[in-house]
Design a protein around this ligand. Sequence first.
Ligand SMILES: C[S@@+](CC[C@H](N)C(=O)[O-])C[C@H]1O[C@@H](n2cnc3c(N)ncnc32)[C@H](O)[C@@H]1O
Length: 459
Amino acid sequence: MQIADKKVIPDEITVRIEKLSNLGLGIAKVDGYVIFVENTCPDDIVKIKLTKKNKNFAKAYPIEFIEESPHRIKPFCPMHKVCGSCQLGHIDYNYQLQIKKEIVEDAMRSIYGYEIKVNDVIPSPKVTEYRRKIQYPISQTKDSKRILAGYYKTASHELVNIKHCPIQPHYCDEIIEFIRQTAFELGVSGYVEKTHKGLLRHVLIRSSAYNNENLVVLVVNSDKIQECTKALARKIYTECKNISGVCVNYNNQKTNFILGKKTEVVEGKGFIEEKLCGKIFKIGAETFFQVNPESAENIFNYVKEYIKNNFKKPEILDAYAGIAAFGICLSDAAGKITSVEEVEASVKLAKEIIEENKIDNIEVFTGDTAEFCGKAIKNGIKYDISVIDPPRKGCSEESLENILKLTKQTIIYVSCNPATLARDLKYLRGKGCEIDFVQPFDMFPQTYHIENVAIISVP
Ligand SMILES: C[S@@+](CC[C@H](N)C(=O)[O-])C[C@H]1O[C@@H](n2cnc3c(N)ncnc32)[C@H](O)[C@@H]1O
């Protein structure tokens, strides 16, 4: 491989890993040429084999570790090398936190482009068994048609049949194993992506940290329920422990989306209960809810403390609200809260939760944030604080502009994507805002993901 100044990089070469990329890949440089190396750790000295080579960078995999980084640990998951879910599982937890802080700082430096204070990452209360939203793709073996359930290998749709996943509650392994065996016995076939044939395509579990109850969702390649699916749901509900209910979701499209448009409750209840900040929440099959409730509670409490320390019963806009988790957790510290969310089912659930928790200072609206805020501006409405928590793609400029116009003092921006957060902070800075600081939280131990709260003063 020849690089710019006519130097040639051989296909096999020994490098030192300098840092990790935002996707958890090791970064090595040879005469300034960047090589991304999978399954490595900063300070590994490693012999690598180059695979994809581009003009500006190459990808590689390790073939021999010459000197292992002092931050390496033995991965606690036996499937670590084959499953693509825990990119940092071979790195000690304190160092993972340091890496994540650097990922946020790098995004701010390269995209936001100005000096910004990034605090140390607040760790997750749990580093294993924390993930309470499980989504296993399902398939079947070619000859014996036994059911496979697990995660995909990195950057592929090759299924790894996972019997034990240490970042999920251990009893979810038992539920999945029961489904593997029982689906096979009842003749429920596993979905084969290539041919778009087979019935069961995904199993989802929403698992409660509050009472350990589980909601199971069977996603089927069909538009109506089959007798064998009904029988499977019945057996899961009656024979597995701690099942609050079983739903069936219909998805017969050739798509990467997990859920189709229609979900039916076929056994028990269509939700689990979770307790956060002293309030009881209901989480349904399609409801957005943070996957790590213990870490999410840290974020809600952090934002609440910030508000209590700096405001007296403010009026708050809670945008991109989901089931109004922020609104509900902040209700004790607020005068009035207005929540807006575009998914009707989440708004319906939010209203029920608000009523059941006897909260009387929150109003929830269905709608698009930009449009809702546009109307509020026309009606002369203003909020002291806006808490915004958009999806990974961040906010549209229209949305940011409108939120800015109706916020009197502070925007609290909660984000699961440092790159889109940095982009949106740059936009807000261009409109005269000051970015006070960014506080990262580790919501996803063992992975490269990181959640951030940015505090923004409005001019
Ligand atoms: C990251 S989640 C945050 C949910 C909630 N704040 C929480 O902590 O549970 C983002 C939410 O924004 C909603 N959403 C996405 N785009 C939206 C838009 N343009 N207007 C309103 N809500 C939107 C999604 O349906 C989702 O519930």
